[in-house]
Design a protein. Structure first.
Length: 303
């Protein structure tokens, strides 16, 4: 049986991908940002490495644009090419998928009433490749894991609610638990944290709110699922809304989590970098709210 062994949260600041590709990760101002991932790289190398990562991320007008805006899309392809974001594709390996697991998750989610868009051909951009670089380092010849990309629209209004994301995470946990192969699976939630790239508030950083958000992902609190879009925008900036993707990861981990590692760093660009490694202390798979009818919080939310 496949099982979720960890959740990881990580920003996807594009300049860090550039720094890694140019061999500058050990130089200021990038070093302090990368140093906070050393613990995770060592842990993954020694004990934490999964077979597959379900990588929740957002596309930045690379695979999607204003012509097509899926709220939730799952990558079911054998491999995913690296998008050209204007300067040529990053010099990193293609991302290898896990079509059997991805199709299984797609089927399970859709029958669980999440209407996923299925992608059989999709280039992936910095939203997906920068977290891979932070976790596996620069200059890898092949990524050491398979990846199921799960793209979320947080670019064009309206993004999904935090609670909808949390519920999707719970449904992902059910999907993974019903996959017959013995696989270790991570769920990564990426993007964020304080983050406003344009307008008079460009460069907004709210350390207090960001760290409070990190605190509230740990343990068994469910308070974050009810944070409204307007709070993300007000407190963390317009692109701070990317943080709803972290709730998909958190929802997939079950009721109780323990932080194995935490890192917060400002500034490396004009946004805040956050990183968290979470252990699912109680990996009990939540029941389906619709099929079993006994998940009260979820029932209330979908009513
Ligand atoms: C930055 C962060 C992003 O998430 C992004 O998509 C582009 C730029 C930044 O911090 O510079
Ligand atoms: Fe982004």
């Amino acid at each position: 049986m496949a099982r979720i062994t960890a959740g990881i949260a990580c920003s996807h600041i594009p300049v860090l991908g550039y720094a890694a590709d140019q061999g500058k990760a050990d130089e200021p101002p990038f070093k302090l940002a990368f140093d906070g991932f050393e613990w995770t790289r060592k842990w993954i190398a020694e004990e934490g490495r999964p077979d597959v990562v379900i990588l929740v991320y957002n596309d930045h007008a690379s695979a999607f644009d204003m012509n097509m805006i899926p709220t939730f899309a799952i990558g079911c392809a054998e491999r995913f090419g690296i998008a050209d974001e204007g300067f040529g594709p990053r010099p990193v390996p293609d991302v290898i998928g896990h079509p059997d697991l991805a199709w299984h998750i797609a089927q399970s989610l859709i029958l669980d009433e999440f209407d996923m868009t299925i992608m059989n051909d999709m280039a992936v951009d910095h939203g997906l490749t920068v977290p891979l670089t932070m976790m596996f380092g620069a200059g890898v010849e092949a990524w050491p894991v398979r990846v199921v990309p799960l793209a979320v629209n947080v670019v064009t209004y309206p993004p999904p609610s935090g609670n909808r994301c949390w519920l999707l995470g719970e449904a992902i946990a059910r999907a993974v638990a019903s996959f017959d192969e013995d696989l270790k699976v991570h769920v990564w939630g990426t993007g964020g944290m304080s983050h406003q790239l344009q307008g008079p508030r460009a460069g907004l950083i709210n350390r207090q709110w960001d760290n409070d958000f990190l605190d509230r992902l740990i343990g068994d609190t469910q308070a974050l699922r009810h944070v409204q879009h307007i709070e993300y925008l007000r407190e963390a900036g317009s692109e701070g809304i990317e943080l709803v993707m972290w709730l998909i990861m958190r929802g997939a981990l079950g009721r109780e989590t323990r932080a194995l590692h935490r890192h917060y760093h400002v500034p490396v660009s004009n946004s805040a970098l956050g990183h968290l490694v979470l252990d699912p202390v109680d990996p009990t798979v939540p029941p389906s709210p619709t099929l079993e009818g006994n998940n009260e919080a979820a029932q209330a939310a979908i009513r």
